[in-house]
Ligand binder design. Structure first.
Ligand code: SAM
Length: 324
């Protein structure tokens, strides 16, 4: 009995790996070539992101945490008792703790993240600190269909999708609408979406946040190449690349680039690519929103704004949406 199941798993794994290879190849063939931001996140990448969150230049985490500290009780009152929280891209679940502390007897928490080891560490710590909370981590790519554990969600009064960190900003605006519609589907007709969005602000503040003096964001960006080399067998030479994070006003977004310091080549699955000095790989978008734009995108996804909470500078907002 055992052998066929192992063979099946191996075949499934090979198919999943091949699908990843095809996706990465498709990105590398684009102009400019692109690497999905999911490749930032292995265990090292997740830890580097936590370091970024503590940098003096990186205002988003600090600002959103500030909003949660001041307004989590207000949010919890609107969400109601015994809710289940589903959090796509949960990372260290840091902001979640402020929400959990304010909620009235939260019943379940389902963190969803692609960085499996880091996800399990965060879930273990949460189980310890919230013994009455059912914590059911799901290791998945939230941009693809994934299954949620049914039992803990059935037993709860209302399902809340918590999507902080302005992760929505990583998606081009049309894809953001699609993703918001999927999150609305996960929340269901009686549910809600609590969304963190980074607002448009002075260019220098935004550019510094993604290109810090200590070089941690540069390391995080380059980690995508190390991850790809290890996981898919590409042969990027990380020393051939430098980090850059320009504000692109036309699209209202920061772009993260890996710029070739010299002519360089790399290959995947027998296909070769080259970059001339000064050319770049595009690794991440961070779109910045106005409140009007965020509300319009959510409306296009069938969501109505119920409340908005912002910091005094209006640099970041946490928005509560319900199905229209
Ligand atoms: C910018 S961090 C935000 C973490 C946390 N939500 C916060 O607000 O601090 C993004 C997180 O999403 C995860 N992630 C990114 N893309 C993902 C995807 N497509 N599917 C699942 N997880 C993803 C990363 O592993 C990382 O933990």
């Amino acid at each position: 009995m055992k052998q066929p199941s192992v063979a099946f798993d191996t075949r499934r794994e090979q198919e999943a790996r091949q699908a990843r290879v095809e996706e990465v190849l498709a990105g590398l063939r684009e102009d400019p070539p692109r690497i999905s931001p999911i490749w930032f996140y292995d265990r090292r990448g997740s830890l580097l992101f936590e370091k970024i969150c503590e940098l003096p230049e990186y205002y988003p985490t600090r600002t959103e945490l500030g909003i949660m500290r001041v307004h989590a009780a207000d949010m919890a009152a609107l969400l109601g008792p015994r809710v289940a929280l589903v959090e796509p891209g949960s990372g260290a679940s840091l902001k979640t703790r402020l929400l959990l502390d304010a909620l009235d007897r939260p019943a379940a928490y389902v963190p969803v993240d692609i960085s499996g080891g880091h996800l399990m560490d965060a879930a273990r710590a949460l189980r310890q600190d919230y013994p009455s909370l059912r914590v059911e981590p799901v290791c998945a790519d939230f941009t693809r269909p994934f299954s949620l554990p049914a039992a803990p969600l059935r037993a709860t009064r209302r399902r809340i999708v918590y999507f902080p960190g302005s992760t929505i900003g990583n998606f081009p605006r049309d894809e953001a609408i699609e993703l918001l519609a999927r999150l609305r589907g996960i929340a269901g007709e009686d549910g809600a979406l609590l969304l963190g969005v980074d607002r448009v602000k002075p260019k220098a503040v935004m550019e510094r946040a993604y290109d810090d003096a200590a070089g941690v964001t540069a390391e995080f960006n380059l980690n995508a190449l190390l991850h790809l080399n290890r996981e898919l067998g590409t042969d990027f030479d990380p020393s051939a690349f430098g980090h850059r994070a320009p504000w692109v006003a036309e699209h209202s977004r920061i772009e993260m680039h890996l710029v070739a310091r010299r002519d360089t080549t790399f290959s995947l699955d027998g296909e070769s690519f080259g970059l001339a000095r000064g050319d770049y790989l595009l690794t991440e978008y961070s779109h910045k929103y106005t409140l009007e734009d965020a509300t319009a995108k959510a409306a296009a996804a069938g969501l109505t704004l119920r409340r908005a909470w912002s910091d005094p500078n209006e640099w970041f907002s946490v928005l509560l949406f319900e199905p229209a």
